[in-house]
Design a protein around this ligand. Structure first.
Ligand code: SR1
Ligand code: MG
Length: 413
């Protein structure tokens, strides 16, 4: 933030300021550029640069939270962590993230691949579109990044160095610590909610056991550095066509619990599910079934991929073959035990994310696009109640099918 050489780009200054960046001109060609600012997220500037040869994305961090304004400063160094997260995700799950063409640390900007005809998944879900291969892609991404970013796979010194590096991303995780894990459970200053939800909210905030569980999840989030997590893996951080998907926007990266990303992801599919009655007509039931099938398939792919990596890539210090296979012991029960911990963390985070998107700052379009609060409130109430249910029972949930059944149950109440 204090870097005097930093200057936010505008559509007018971008061509002059970035005209000499070889990695950008190699993508779009020299000469006349058209520039559009298309950032609709909470934090950054995002430009599409169109030249004679093609298009590229220029993403630049702002020194404050765009959603709130310059009263909430936010360090520019988050672009450095986003860049480093993208390079690691590309290595751990090749093809899962946009190709990076250029990084400028001083200007906090990343030039990357323009994904076309991809659209933000959240908008596709609101519009009732299906994406072939989505669950398999996301299940693999969560499993590969979780496994390959941990001491199950990484050499211990490398892992320690990476944890130390990403520990420098201080303010961004602090946003998650308050907005996600804490603010939903008291009358925090920036909170807002749809009128009519007061009785449900009062029940959540009166539930001491639920608040303990949410704080225990926060404790694990801040202190358990078992893998590099994306940190903000919601449907606005995924871009898809009808049959191709990529994960974008990992500026909330940190080392954290292996269940964090898949838990947040499933929360966003559940919110898409609960909001659908306001967005769909005749095909409502079919489309809601498809969303639930994505959740179930994300988990079956995640677990299959994790087990496969366990067998083929367990090269770190954790659960080494010297203690298991080399002594004639099957290590599959150890893998089961790790997956049990992941499920517990994931379903707790899932419930908390379902709460924060209706109660805290930064709601999601699935619900916010429902203009009539008398339609929105009961749908959000279903979402809040299932979220509480998941937090209270996370340890005993047998799997995603059980969660989908519970979602169907709340969908009719
Ligand atoms: C102040 S930032 C609010 C939210 O936007 C980001 O996308 C994250 O989800 C964060 O929690
Ligand atoms: Mg984001």
């Amino acid at each position: 933030t204090a870097n005097p050489a930093y200057e936010a780009l505008t559509i007018d200054t971008l061509p002059t300021r970035l005209g000499q960046v070889a990695a950008l001109t190699a993508q779009v060609g020299g000469g006349d550029w058209q520039v559009q600012e298309v950032g609709d997220g909470n934090l950054n500037l995002v430009f599409i640069v169109t030249g004679p040869r093609g298009k590229a994305i220029v993403k630049q961090a702002l020194p404050y939270v765009r959603l709130v304004g310059d009263s909430w400063p936010l360090p520019l160094y988050r672009a450095f962590f986003e860049y480093n997260a993208l390079t690691r995700q590309a290595a751990r799950d090749p093809g899962s993230v946009p190709v990076i063409h250029h990084f400028d640390e001083t200007q906090a900007l990343i030039v990357m691949e323009f994904l076309e005809p991809h659209r933000i998944l959240r908008r596709k879900l609101i519009d009732g579109e299906r994406v072939a291969g989505l669950a398999a892609f996301l299940g693999r991404f969560c499993a590969r990044t979780a496994f390959r970013g941990s001491e199950l796979s990484m050499a211990s010194p490398d892992k320690k160095a990476d944890v130390a590096l990403f520990a420098g991303n201080v303010e961004i995780p602090a946003i998650t610590e308050s907005l996600v894990f804490t603010d939903p459970y008291y009358a925090a200053e920036m909170n807002s909610h749809t009128p009519g939800l007061e009785p449900v909210i009062a029940r959540l905030r009166a539930d001491v056991d639920l608040k303990i569980r949410a704080q225990q999840a926060l404790q694990r989030f801040v202190s358990n550095t078992e893998t590099m997590v994306h940190g903000d893996l919601h449907s606005g951080s995924i871009m898809s066509t009808a049959d191709d998907s990529r994960v974008i926007d990992p500026e909330f990266v940190q080392y954290g619990p292996m269940g964090f990303d898949i838990g947040m992801l499933c929360a966003n599919f559940l919110m898409a599910f609960f909001s659908q009655p306001a967005h769909r007509g005749d095909d409502l039931a079919d489309y809601q079934d498809w969303i639930l099938s994505v959740i179930a398939d994300v988990w079956s792919t995640f677990e299959a991929e994790f087990r496969s990596l366990w067998q083929s890539e367990r090269t770190g210090i954790l659960f080494p073959a010297t203690l298991f296979e080399d002594q004639g012991h099957d290590s599959a029960p150890a893998c089961d035990a790790v997956l049990t911990g992941i499920r517990r963390d994931a379903w707790t985070v899932c419930g908390i994310e379902m709460h924060r998107r209706c109660l805290s700052l930064a709601h999601n379009a699935d619900f916010e696009d429902i203009e009539d609060p008398t339609i929105r409130a009961p749908l959000e109430a279903r979402n809040l109640m299932l979220g509480a249910d998941l937090i209270r029972t996370a340890e005993t949930i047998t799997g995603a099918e059980e969660v989908c059944d519970r979602a169907r149950g709340y969908n009719t109440t």
